[in-house]
Design a protein around this ligand. Structure first.
Ligand SMILES: *[C@@H]1O[C@H](CO)[C@@H](O)[C@H](O)[C@H]1NC(C)=O
Ligand SMILES: *[C@@H]1O[C@H](CO)[C@@H](O)[C@H](O)[C@H]1NC(C)=O
Ligand SMILES: *[C@@H]1O[C@H](CO)[C@@H](O)[C@H](O)[C@H]1NC(C)=O
Ligand SMILES: *[C@@H]1O[C@H](CO)[C@@H](O)[C@H](O)[C@H]1NC(C)=O
Length: 490
């Protein structure tokens, strides 16, 4: 037993001696065994899981025939499934009004289907994205239709109306003040004649309601939704969904609501390897020609139309697929813009594109940017706090080279980054630290001693002085920072 133990101790001492080789001397990857090069975890979009859920979710509906009053505001967008489980929840309400409410201006509707002849039975639509209903003037059908389309014009997200008479409904005949049996039902998606499945129902014993002259009108062209605050449209509408890596999961929404999908992305828990949600893909699932649900797929890395390759499977068709990337207000947060001359694999600097490192009086290279893949979290470049040559123990100051732009005063942003303090090994890293400053306020203080790459995030409020500073490292306790992001939260 004893010799083996002795050998173990000897090699540990040898190893820790090698760790003191400072970062500026390019510690070879094999000698610095404490540097963990994280293998990128690749999780692709789980297409079959989404398709399975589409086949079981049921989010179709129409106007109620009960005491629910007409003209109620539409309900908040609902989640009907989340990560492969059916749910019934509303999307977390976060203030994303910055994206701007959009109203139609001049609108043109086209008839999708006409109703039965007067006096003949018909059926009402049961479809996705029901918004609300109104009772419109029943003196003539045309007058009611004009009023109905005007309601659609005024209702955010309305894309389609189903207009029909409902006979034998005592609420319409006697209770509601409109005294009209002509129902105008608003939807956020276009439906077709095959979705006329509501044949009326038995409201009073042995008296059925009867549907007549059920017609459908759709907007000629579906509007492009306004970009949600904090996001930019990168593609769409396409008939293919993203099949991309760094997939974080999906949700089904009860309507095609890009703001709701953005809210889900913003409130999604961070991925331990890739950080916050940075991209979402919203698309409509159409099964046998009928809209079934609206998928919101989330990713921890941005992607684009090149990965939009999933057009559907079997009866399921992908339609109206749009990709939105989350806007990062940090320029070159990955440090990848910094590369070496002559294509070298190793170099470092105090001033890189987008970043400036500085040392206190008497210090040298206390905050630097390195291009060397073994030091980086992802890619090849990374920032270091702590004297690069190990020549002093002063903390360094790392800041963006330019003012952070595009922030809205008073809004809350989430600052995220990866940190590692494993370079010199357990013992020598015990004094590692990084303080994070927003203007003159301390927002974070990382004193974890030895640590491999880990994700941190802090909320900051945009004010007049939006200065970001990292102060830390005291060689030989080194702190590495990578993949810095600043995203609008609410
Ligand atoms: C996809 O999701 C299903 C559950 O719906 C799961 O059984 C399967 O393992 C997942 N596939 C991958 C590759 O994660
Ligand atoms: C309009 O609706 C009311 C309430 O249901 C009904 O009493 C009336 O007969 C309808 N008028 C016409 C012209 O259909
Ligand atoms: C903004 O904050 C930084 C960092 O604390 C500070 O150096 C600078 O003087 C501040 N600028 C103003 C205008 O307050
Ligand atoms: C950060 O935390 C450490 C350990 O608790 C403490 O000694 C240090 O003063 C803190 N730094 C700041 C700036 O508050």
């Amino acid at each position: 037993m004893l010799p083996r133990l002795a050998l173990f101790v000897a090699s540990a001492v040898l190893a820790s001696a090698q760790f003191t080789l400072p970062p500026a001397l390019q510690a070879a990857q094999d000698s610095a065994t404490s540097i963990v090069v994280s293998e990128p975890v690749t999780t692709y979009t789980n297409v079959s899981s989404i398709a399975n859920m589409v086949s079981i979710v049921d989010q179709k509906g129409g106007a109620p025939s009960d005491s629910t009053r007409p003209g109620l505001p539409q309900q908040a967008t609902k989640l009907t499934a989340l990560d492969g489980k059916l749910v019934d929840a509303t999307v977390p309400t976060i203030n994303l009004e910055l994206g701007g409410a959009q109203r139609r201006e001049a609108v043109d509707y086209e008839q999708v289907f006409s109703g039965s002849k007067s006096g003949e039975p018909d059926a009402a639509i049961e479809g996705t994205a029901y918004l609300t209903y109104f009772l419109v003037s029943n003196s003539t059908y045309q007058l009611g239709l004009d009023e109905c389309l005007a309601h659609c014009d005024e209702t955010l997200g309305c894309a389609f109306v189903n207009l029909y008479y409902e006979l034998n409904n005592p609420y319409l005949d006697f209770v509601f003040p409109e005294k009209s049996n002509l129902k105008c039902v608003l939807y956020g998606d276009v439906h077709n004649e095959e979705e006329k499945t509501d044949l009326g129902n038995e409201l009073l014993p042995s008296i059925r309601t009867v549907i007549q002259q059920s017609s459908g009108y759709a907007l000629q062209s579906l509007r492009k939704p306004a970009d949600p605050a904090g996001y930019k449209l990168v593609f769409g509408p396409l008939s293919a969904a993203n099949n991309a890596p760094q997939y974080m999961g999906f949700a089904f929404l009860d309507k095609y609501d890009v703001k709701a999908c953005a809210a889900l992305c913003n409130t999604r828990g961070a991925d331990s390897n890739d950080g916050a949600c940075k991209f979402f893909n919203i698309w409509r699932a159409v099964v046998n020609g009928k809209p079934a649900t609206y998928t919101c797929a989330m990713y921890s890395a941005p992607t684009d139309a090149s990965t939009a390759t999933n057009t559907g499977q079997g009866d399921l068709q992908v339609t109206r697929s749009r990709g939105y990337v989350r806007i990062n207000h940090i320029v070159d947060g990955t440090f990848e813009a910094y590369v070496c001359d002559d294509g070298d694999i190793f170099c470092f600097t105090e001033e890189a594109a987008g970043w400036v490192g500085s040392s206190p009086a008497g210090g040298q290279d206390d905050a630097t940017i390195f291009h060397y893949a073994p030091y980086a979290h992802h890619g090849s470049s990374v920032a270091l706090l702590g004297s690069a040559f190990g020549s002093d123990a002063y903390p360094g100051l790392l800041q963006p080279a330019w003012p952070i732009t595009g922030l809205r005063h008073g809004r809350t942003y989430v600052l995220g980054f990866f940190h590692s303090s494993s370079y010199s090994g357990e013992e020598l890293e015990s004094d590692s630290f990084v303080t994070v400053w927003w203007g003159r306020s301390l927002v974070g203080n990382i004193t974890v001693g030895y640590s491999t790459w880990a994700y941190y995030e802090f909320k900051v409020v945009a004010g007049r002085n939006n200065t970001l500073s990292f102060i830390g490292g005291q060689a030989p306790a080194y702190d590495f920072i990578d993949d810095v992001s600043l995203f609008l939260l609410y």
